[in-house]
Ligand binder design. Structure first.
Ligand code: PLP
Length: 392
């Protein structure tokens, strides 16, 4: 069955403004059920968690439902879903509890800085996994020489947010686990682009952000609750000491969490299906991935035929994310030109700090990123290609 792109697009009110939204890698638009869920939560009345009255019970139920939804999305357990403002904040928090001076951590130059700097700033000794600057691949073989018995954490992305590279995380995790290290996977860019199974990836921690997959600005890190029981983060004396609550500082955004659940339900329902929500998510996200990669083939083919375009990376397994420069124009000028044609793209290093350094373009303004998500269609791709062609 073809991906029901018209129906999917119709659920996103923002898409009606006529822009081609190719900026999804920096945050997706929001479908109606998510907007409605958040508004309904506020309208119905919500209290702080743990109280004796119904409005508080509603917040407790929202949190529980949200943990179950995120667990379904990534293949984790609800009791191991840590919720918070965004991936960066949660990663800073966890990194402090997981590593420190005397430990070693293995980081990759493929990663978004949110899975790099929190670890370098723990004071642990850093060992770097390098990226092939031509292909944009992260070769697995190097990890055997980087991991040893002092390695506490191997932090690696499930997909690059600029090149789309999907490294072989499972193979990296196997090497890490053999040495007794923990694997912290940044799933922020990968999660919206296909089915996720954090256990198959070998992720001890899987980080994701709902605003990249049609939800509100909420982050989550998912781990085995039994593992979380062994970790003691900094926390207030008065806050719960239970798992996963002890990893969550302050009050959660209850209405937004209801939006997160609605976003997961929305993703699960993009294509008609049966079975549990987890099963429907796997089928729906597989269909979305096929849809995105089909469009992406046309996008890449179009850019490749333009002599004035330089494309970065050619990884074998990738998300539908293109990163390119246009001769004679800065990335910002290209983005401004495309904005005038009502095409949204990003320009800059996009926080892929190490990777844009490897590519030698960090100091010259990075490049242009055009990313596809499930709600993009062929006309979005054509409009991008027409806009870039005009710069030749
Ligand atoms: C791959 C990747 N990791 C981490 C982040 C940071 O996520 P957050 O904004 O939730 O902190 C981003 C955001 O763009 C990202 O693309």
């Amino acid at each position: 069955m073809p991906f029901p792109i018209k129906e999917v697009r119709a659920t996103y009110p923002a898409l009606a403004d006529g822009y081609a939204y190719l900026d999804g890698a920096a945050g997706t638009q929001t479908p109606r059920p998510v907007i409605d869920a958040i508004a309904t939560a506020y309208r119905t009345g919500i209290g702080n968690a743990g109280g004796a009255f119904p409005a508080s019970h509603r917040s407790d139920a929202i949190v529980a439902a949200c943990r179950a939804a995120v667990a379904d999305l990534v293949g984790g357990q609800p009791g191991g879903v840590i919720l918070g403002p965004n991936m960066t904040t949660l990663t800073y928090r966890l990194s402090r509890a997981l590593a420190g001076p005397g430990d070693e951590v293995v980081l990759s130059r493929l990663d978004h800085d949110a899975n790099v700097r929190p670890w370098t700033q723990t004071g642990a000794t850093v060992r770097w996994a390098e990226v092939d600057p031509v292909t944009g691949e992260l070769p697995v073989e190097q990890y055997a020489g980087l991991i040893n018995e002092r390695t506490r954490v191997v932090a690696v992305t499930a997909a690059s947010n600029i090149l789309g590279t999907r490294p072989n995380v499972a193979a990296i995790a196997e090497l890490a686990h053999r040495a007794g290290a923990l694997v912290y996977v940044d799933g922020v860019h990968a999660t919206p682009h296909g089915p996720v199974d954090m256990r198959a990836l070998g992720a001890d921690f899987y980080a994701t952000s709902a605003y990249k997959w049609s939800g509100p600005h909420v982050g989550a890190v998912v781990a085995d609750p039994a593992l979380l029981e062994t970790i003691r983060p900094d926390k207030l004396a008065s806050s719960p000491d239970t798992v996963p609550e002890r990893f969550e500082t302050g009050t959660l955004p209850f209405a937004d969490l209801d939006g997160v659940t609605a976003a997961v339900d929305h993703l699960a329902a993009m294509v008609p299906g049966q079975g549990s929500r987890r099963e429907r998510l796997l089928a729906s996200m597989a269909a979305a991935e096929e849809h995105e990669l089909g469009l992406f083939a046309a996008l890449i083919e179009g850019l490749e035929t333009m002599p004035h375009v330089t494309l970065y990376g050619k990884p074998a397994r990738r998300t539908a994310t293109a990163y390119f420069n246009v001769a004679g124009h800065t990335p910002r000028q290209v983005a401004e030109h495309l904005a005038r044609q009502h095409v949204n793209v990003w320009n800059g290093h996009n926080y892929a700090w190490e990777l844009t350094g490897v590519l030698g373009i960090r100091d010259s303004g990075g490049a242009v990123r055009a990313g596809l998500v499930h709600y993009n269609d062929r006309s979005d791709v054509d409009r991008l290609l027409e806009g870039v062609a005009r710069l030749g």
